[in-house]
Design a protein around this ligand. Structure first.
Ligand SMILES: Nc1ncnc2c1ncn2[C@@H]1O[C@H](COP(=O)(O)OP(=O)(O)O)[C@@H](O)[C@H]1O
Ligand SMILES: [Mg+2]
Length: 282
């Protein structure tokens, strides 16, 4: 996916200011930045929920810039939302909703339970079950979502997006509100999904330790501008990134143990990243 020079304005506020980056095929790409940096707005542009004032978004040979959300989804870009949107019913029901877009039998045929429609439903249900297993919801397939833990609900959200059979999955804060064990499990799930389904993942996430371990590439936004872009190791040593995160709250500071003068301290290592994550969830 190629994002070029995208600008979004909300009545006087420039939420995105000429932002560009490229998500390479098969990569896990993180989009990070302090609160209000424009990450969700960027997702809204990529998924067709929000139209940019200028700039373009291409996915392979397709231009997505002015397409409606369902067209973008049909071209293979699926997203989750920062806040869980869940319907009633079981995990299976929610995943079947995700497959609705791919269902060929019309509503009437399905409602009348014509043999072809019943067969098609069965195939979709089997695929939904496979996806549930992939994200660790296999046992809970027929459980009402109302009975699930918060972490499992977030998984349902991811599985529902995967039921569109996307080639690019957009995850908006998939581990927000999770404890340390759940975060770890979700990171493993994202990795497994990428391996098994061979898709690319663009992930918005606040948990720096997780981002640095999981991502192949990182784009950093601050006040709607791109301030850094590159491999995790380059980005986390970038002075502009350190500056952007300072003063935004302990949770978001990339250096987990800044000492008396964070600006000139040594770069954080992977061990200290882990420590921060544990502290954070303690
Ligand atoms: N629909 C909207 N109307 C007006 N302002 C918005 C709207 N959506 C987001 N904003 C503003 O745009 C900026 C970026 O928001 P957002 O993309 O949600 O940031 P992030 O996801 O990085 O926290 C913020 O200042 C936010 O208040
Ligand atoms: Mg957001």
């Amino acid at each position: 996916m190629r994002v070029e020079d995208v600008t979004v304005r909300f009545a006087g506020l420039t939420a995105l200011d000429g932002v560009g980056f490229t998500v390479e095929p098969g990569s896990i790409h993180a989009l990070i930045g302090p609160n209000g940096a424009g990450k969700s707005t960027c997702f809204n542009v990529l998924s067709g929920v929000c139209r940019p004032a200028s700039g373009s978004v291409h996915f392979g040979d397709h231009e997505l810039t002015r397409l409606r959300p369902h067209r973008i989804a049909a071209l293979g870009v699926a997203r989750t939302f920062q806040n869980i949107v869940m319907t009633a019913g079981t995990v299976a029901d929610n995943l079947m909703l995700g497959r609705h877009v791919l269902t060929r039998a019309g509503f009437a045929a399905t409602a009348l339970r014509l043999p072809s429609a019943v067969r098609e439903q069965r195939v979709h249900r089997e695929r939904a079950r496979e996806i549930a297993e992939l994200v660790g919801l296999g046992r809970l397939f027929d459980t009402p979502v109302a009975l699930l833990s918060y972490g499992d609900r977030k998984r349902v959200e991811m599985a529902r997006a995967l039921c569109l059979e996307p080639r690019l999955l957009l995850l908006d804060e998939p581990v927000a509100g999770m404890n340390s064990a759940e975060r770890q499990r979700t990171a493993e799930t994202v990795r497994a999904v990428r391996e098994e389904l061979g898709l690319s993942v663009l992930i918005v996430e606040h948990d720096m330790g997780l981002v640095m371990r999981l991502a192949d590439a990182v784009t950093v936004l601050d006040f709607g501008r791109r301030i850094a872009d590159g491999a995790p190791d380059e980005v986390r040593h970038d002075p502009a990134v350190l500056r952007a995160y300072l003063g935004t709250g302990k949770e978001e500071v990339p250096d987990p143990d800044p000492g008396p003068d964070p600006g000139s301290g040594p770069a954080p290592g992977p061990d200290s990243q882990e420590r921060q994550e544990e502290e954070h969830s303690a």
